[in-house]
Design a protein around this ligand. Structure first.
Ligand code: KG4
Ligand code: ZN
Length: 335
C-alpha cells in the first residue's frame, strides 16, 4: 500500500511516500526557518504564502524522489490540525485536489499523533502499547498509546508548551528562532546549576500537569536584573539552567507515569523538543532505572515531517477508513 503524505501545519512544507505505513520510500522537507528568523518567530501569513509557493513543486519532486507515479498511490494522508489554519489549508487543499482528481482515499491526520508515530518509522520493532511524551513547539502531552489509533492523554500543559518556552527564552537571551537547538548549543558551555529556576507543579496532587510560563517569567526577570545592574548576561549559564529546569520537570512527570504504570515496559519520546540531547539522556536514564525500554526518533523525524503523518494516516485508515472529502482544518485539534 503506497501512501502519499503531506505536512504543512507550521513552518515546514513536507511531502513523503511510504510503503505499508512504515517504510519511507522518499521524503522532502522544505523549511521556512530563514523566512521567519528575522521576525523572531513564525509569522502565520508568511507561512501560508511560503507553503503555497513550494507545495506543487514539492509534490512532483517527492514522487520522483520515491520513484512512484501518482496513479500508483493508494492513500493520501494530510495534517488536518493542530497548527496554523492558513498553513494547514494549503496542504489540505493540495491533498483533496489529488484525492478528488485521482479518486484516491484521503485521511485527515492529527499532527500530534504523527509525532508519536515518528517512533514507528525509526524503530521497526516498536508496537503499542507504550507510554509517550510528546513535546513540540505548540503542545506538551504525556499519554498512554493503547493501540495504533487509540491515545489516552494523562497530562498536558496549562500554559506554554515545552518548545514554546525554549523559543521565548531564546528570544529574550538574543539567540533567535528556533530556540531549542540554539539554547541546547549555548547550554553546552554553561553551568546548569548556576541559577535555580522554578520547577512548577511538582507537588504530588499536580499529577501529570505541566506549566512553563512561571519558568519563562523567572528567566526574563533574571535577565532584567542583570540589565539593570549594567552587567552582561551570563548567557550560557542562563541557557543551561533554563534547559535543566525543563528537562527536570519533563523527566519527573514521565517517571511518575512509569511508576504508576509499571506494566508498561516501553517509553517513547517525540516532537521537536525530543531532539534535545540532555532531555534524551535524562529520560533514557529514568527508563533504564525502571527496566523500561526507551525510544526516540532521529532529529529529522523529531521535528515536523510528512513521513510521520503518512505513518499515522496509514494506521488511522486501517482502523477507521477514509475521511470524507469535506473535512475541515482544525487549528486546535487535541490529541
Ligand atoms: O514538532 P515541531 O517541529 O513543531 C511543532 O509541531 O511545533 O517542534 C518545534 C519545536 C520548537 O519549539 C523548537 O524550538 C523545538 O521544537 N526544538 C528543540 C530542539 N530542536 C527543536 N527544543 C529543544 N532542543 C532542541 N534540540
Ligand atoms: Zn510538530
Amino acid at each position: 500500500m503506497l501512501t502519499l503524505a503531506i505536512e504543512s501545519s507550521c513552518d515546514e512544507t513536507s511531502v513523503a511516500v511510504l510503503r505499508n505505513g512504515r517504510e519511507v520510500l522518499g521524503q522532502l522537507i522544505s523549511s521556512q526557518i530563514k523566512d521567519h528568523a528575522v521576525f523572531g518567530g513564525v509569522v502565520p501569513e508568511i507561512a501560508s504564502r511560503k507553503h503555497l509557493e513550494v507545495i506543487n513543486h514539492l509534490l512532483e519532486a517527492g514522487l520522483r524522489e520515491a520513484g512512484v507515479r501518482a496513479e500508483d498511490l493508494d492513500l493520501i494522508a494530510v495534517t488536518r490540525g493542530p497548527g496554523l489554519v492558513g498553513a494547514l489549508l494549503v496542504g489540505i487543499s493540495a491533498a483533496k485536489a489529488i484525492s478528488y482528481v485521482r479518486d484516491i482515499p484521503i485521511v485527515g491526520v492529527n499532527h500530534m499523533e504523527g509525532h508519536v508515530c515518528a517512533n514507528y518509522l525509526a524503530h521497526p520493532e516498536l508496537e503499542p502499547p507504550f507510554l509517550s511524551l510528546v513535546v513540540s513547539g505548540g503542545h506538551t502531552y504525556l499519554c498512554v498509546v493503547k493501540d495504533y489509533a487509540h491515545y489516552e492523554v494523562v497530562g498536558s500543559t496549562v500554559d506554554d508548551a515545552a518548545g514554546e518556552s525554549f523559543d521565548k527564552i531564546s528570544r529574550v537571551l538574543g539567540f533567535g528562532y528556533p530556540g531549542g537547538p540554539k539554547i541546547q548549543k549555548a547550554a553546552e558551555e554553561g553551568n546548569p546549576q548556576a541559577f535555580s529556576f522554578p520547577r512548577a507543579m511538582m507537588a504530588k496532587e499536580d499529577g501529570y500537569t505541566f506549566s512553563f510560563s512561571g519558568l519563562k517569567t523567572a528567566v526574563i526577570n533574571e535577565a532584567h536584573h542583570y540589565e539593570q545592574m549594567g552587567k552582561p548576561l551570563p548567557m550560557a549559564d542562563m541557557a543551561a539552567s533554563f534547559q535543566q529546569a525543563v528537562v527536570d520537570v519533563l523527566t519527573e512527570k514521565a517517571s511518575r507515569l512509569m511508576d504508576a504504570m509499571p506494566q508498561m515496559k516501553r517509553f517513547c519520546l517525540s516532537g521537536g523538543v525530543a531532539a534535545n540531547k540532555p532531555l534524551q539522556q535524562a529520560l533514557k536514564a529514568a527508563c533504564t532505572k525502571r527496566g523500561v525500554q526507551f525510544f526516540v526518533p532521529p532529529a529529522i523525524l523529531c521535528t515536523d515531517n510528512a513521513a510521520m503523518i503518512g505513518c499515522a494516516g496509514y494506521y488511522q485508515y486501517q482502523e477507521r477508513g477514509a475521511s470524507s472529502l469535506d473535512f475541515a482544518a482544525d487549528p486546535d485539534l487535541g490529541l
